[in-house]
Ligand binder design. Structure first.
Ligand code: FAD
Ligand code: NAD
Length: 459
C-alpha cells in the first residue's frame, strides 16, 4: 500500500453508493486527491457478474470472480472510507443519507422482503456529492410463491444457494424408498426467464449434467430434465434472430426443453403453475427452480425519486440527463442499472459510465481550484462532453462449449455461434476480469475442471 493522505476538511466529501460495475469503476478512475471519498455498500467486494452462472455448478470457484473493494481503496492517493451498509433513505435538502448496517453474515438471503433493522444499526452520513450506483433488485412481478420457493441468480449468495439446492435434489433422489414420481419431480430442474441469465444458467447446468453428474450418478443423470420457461414467443429477445435460432437448436440437441409463450403464474413448494399459449393452466412438479426474469428498482431508488417527485416519474429507475445528473437533483449522479439513461442494463454500460463520471469529476475538481465557489454540475458541463455509450457487442455462453456473439464491426453487426466463439468468449472474459489475481484464478479453475471435473460436494 502507498502512504495515503488523510481526509482533508477543505475538500468535498463524495459518497459512492454500491460496489458494482458502475461505482467500482468510478472509484478505480477517480483522483482521490480532489475529494474525500466514502463508499457505502452491503457487499465489501466487486463481483464479476458475467461469470456468475459458472459458479452455480462449480465450473469456476466463487472467490475467483470476487475482488475485495479494500484492495482498490488501499492503492488510492487519499484514504477512502468503506461502510458495509445499505443506504435506505436520503434527505436531499440537508444532504444526509440514512444507512443500515449489513455486517451480519446470517443475513444472506436475496429478497425484497427484509425484516425491519434494529434502531442501533441505523446510521446517518452527510455528503457534498453523491454517486448512486446501487444496481437493480430481482423482479418477481409479484408472482406468488417466488420469494419463498425459487432461487435467484443475481448475487454470489444466490449461486451458492443454487449449488446446494441442486445437490440436495440429486442426493434426495438417490434414496430407494421414494416413489418414481417423486424421483422425477426431484430431478426436474427449471429455469424461468429466457434472457441471457436464464440461458447461461441452463447451459452450465447441462454441462454439469453431462460432464460430471453422469459419471457420479449414471442412473439418475439419465432422468434429469432441464426446462426453460419464457413468456415471450422466443428466448434472448435482445439478440439477432440467427443467434436465437442457433441457441434454440443447440438447446434442442442438448435435450433442454424450451417452453416459449408460457408464463409462470405461481410457484408452490414442489410445483409451479404456468399459463400456456392457449390460455389454459398447467401445474408442473419441480426439484429446483431458478427465477431469472430480470430486475427492478432498488427501494433506495424510490426513496430518492420521492425527493424529486415532480420530475422523477418513472418507477423503473432514476431519470438522468446526458451528464448522468439525476434530474431535479443537485450534486447527485446515477449510473448503471439504477439509472434510466436510455441504455440497456449492462455491465459494459455501467463501467463506461463509471469511467466517464470519474474523468469528468477529476476535470471539474481541477477547474474548481480557480473558481472555488462554482457549481460542480456547471463545471462538468464546461469541461466534459456528454456521456455516449459505445457498444462492444453481446456475448453469451449456451452450453456444450458453445457461445454466441453479436459484435459491432466496421459499422456492421457480425454474429457468430459455436466452439470458436466459446474460445473468444473465454479470452474476452479473462481479459476483462477485475485484476490479474482474478484472471489467474479463473484460468486455473478452467484447467482444474478440465483435468479433475467439477466438485459435487454440496457446500
Ligand atoms: P451492480 O453491479 O448490480 O452493483 C450494485 C451495487 O450496489 C452492489 O455492490 C450492491 O451490493 C450495491 N447496493 C445495492 N443496494 C444498495 C444500497 N441501498 N446502498 C448501497 N449500495 C447498494 N452485463 C453484461 O454487459 N454482460 C454480461 O455478460 C452480463 N452477465 C450477467 C450475468 C448475470 C448472472 C447477471 C445477474 C447480470 C449480468 N450482466 C451482464 C448485467 C450486469 O451485471 C449489470 O448490468 C451490472 O452489474 C450493473 O452494474 P451496476 O453497477 O449498476 O450494479
Ligand atoms: P431479461 O430481462 O433480459 O430477461 C428476462 C426474461 O424473463 C424475459 O425474456 C421475460 O420475457 C421473461 N419473463 C418474465 N416474467 C416471466 C414469467 N413469469 N414467466 C416466464 N418468463 C418470464 O433478464 P436477465 O436475463 O436477468 O438479464 C438482465 C440484464 O442483464 C439484461 O440487460 C441482460 O442483457 C443483462 N445480461 C447480459 C448477459 C450477457 O450479455 N451475456 C448475461 C446476463 C445478463
Amino acid at each position: 500500500p502507498v502512504d495515503q493522505q488523510p481526509f482533508d476538511p477543505n475538500k468535498k466529501t463524495l459518497v459512492l453508493l454500491g460496489t458494482g460495475w458502475g461505482s467500482t469503476t468510478v472509484l478505480k478512475n477517480l483522483d482521490t486527491e480532489n475529494f474525500n471519498v466514502v463508499v457505502v455498500s452491503p457487499r465489501n467486494y466487486f463481483l464479476f457478474t458475467p461469470l456468475l452462472p459458472s459458479c452455480t455448478v462449480g465450473t469456476i470457484e466463487n472467490r475467483s470472480i470476487m475482488e475485495p473493494v479494500r484492495q482498490l481503496m488501499r492503492h488510492k492517493k487519499r484514504e477512502v472510507i468503506f461502510y458495509e451498509a445499505e443506504c435506505t433513505g436520503i434527505d436531499a435538502e440537508t444532504k444526509e443519507l440514512t444507512l443500515e448496517r449489513r455486517t451480519n453474515s446470517d443475513d444472506l438471503q436475496t429478497t425484497n422482503k427484509r425484516p425491519p433493522t434494529a434502531p442501533e444499526d441505523v446510521v446517518k452520513l452527510n455528503y457534498d456529492y453523491l454517486v448512486v450506483g446501487v444496481g437493480g433488485t430481482v423482479n418477481t412481478f409479484g408472482t406468488p410463491g417466488v420469494e419463498q420457493h425459487a432461487c435467484f441468480l443475481k448475487e454470489m449468495r444466490d449461486a451458492r444457494k443454487i449449488r446446494r439446492r441442486l445437490m440436495d435434489s440429486i442426493e434426495s433422489a438417490s434414496f430407494d424408498d421414494i416413489s418414481e414420481e417423486e424421483r422425477d419431480r426431484l430431478l426436474h430442474m427449471v429455469v424461468v426467464g429466457g434472457g441471457p441469465t436464464g440461458i447461461e444458467y441452463a447451459g452450465e447446468l447441462h454441462d454439469f449434467l453431462t460432464d460430471d453428474l453422469s459419471q457420479w450418478y449414471p442412473d439418475l443423470a439419465q432422468r434429469v430434465r432441464i426446462t426453460l420457461v419464457e413468456a415471450l414467443p422466443n428466448v434472448l429477445p435482445a439478440f439477432d434472430k440467427k443467434l436465437i435460432d442457433y441457441t434454440q437448436s443447440t438447446f434442442s440437441e442438448n435435450k433442454i426443453s424450451i417452453m416459449t409463450g408460457t408464463m409462470v403464474k405461481e410457484v408452490q413448494d414442489k410445483s409451479f403453475t404456468v399459463q400456456n399459449p392457449d390460455g389454459t393452466r398447467t401445474e408442473i412438479p419441480y426439484g429446483l427452480l431458478v427465477w431469472a426474469t430480470g430486475i427492478k428498482a432498488q427501494p433506495v431508488v424510490n426513496r430518492i425519486r420521492e425527493q424529486f417527485s415532480q420530475v422523477q416519474t418513472n418507477g423503473r429507475g432514476l431519470l438522468v440527463d446526458e451528464y448522468l445528473r439525476v434530474k431535479g437533483a443537485k450534486d447527485i449522479w446515477a449510473l448503471g442499472d439504477c439509472a434510466l439513461s436510455g441504455y440497456a442494463p449492462l455491465a459494459q454500460v455501467a463501467s463506461q459510465q463509471g469511467k466517464w463520471l470519474a474523468r469528468s469529476l477529476n476535470a471539474a475538481a481541477k477547474k474548481s481550484d480557480d473558481a472555488p465557489d462554482a457549481d460542480i454540475f456547471s463545471l462538468i458541463e464546461k469541461t466534459s462532453r456528454p456521456f455516449k455509450y459505445s457498444s462492444q457487442g453481446s456475448l453469451a455462453y449456451i452450453g456444450s462449449d458453445k457461445a454466441i456473439a453479436d459484435l459491432p464491426l466496421f459499422n456492421r453487426n457480425i454474429t457468430s455461434g459455436g466452439i470458436a466463439t466459446f474460445w473468444f468468449w473465454k479470452s474476452a472474459y479473462l481479459n476483462e476480469l477485475f485484476s490479474l489475481r482474478n484472471s489467474s484464478l479463473v484460468a486455473a479453475d478452467w484447467v482444474k475442471r478440465f483435468f479433475f471435473g467439477r466438485d459435487i460436494s454440496r457446500e
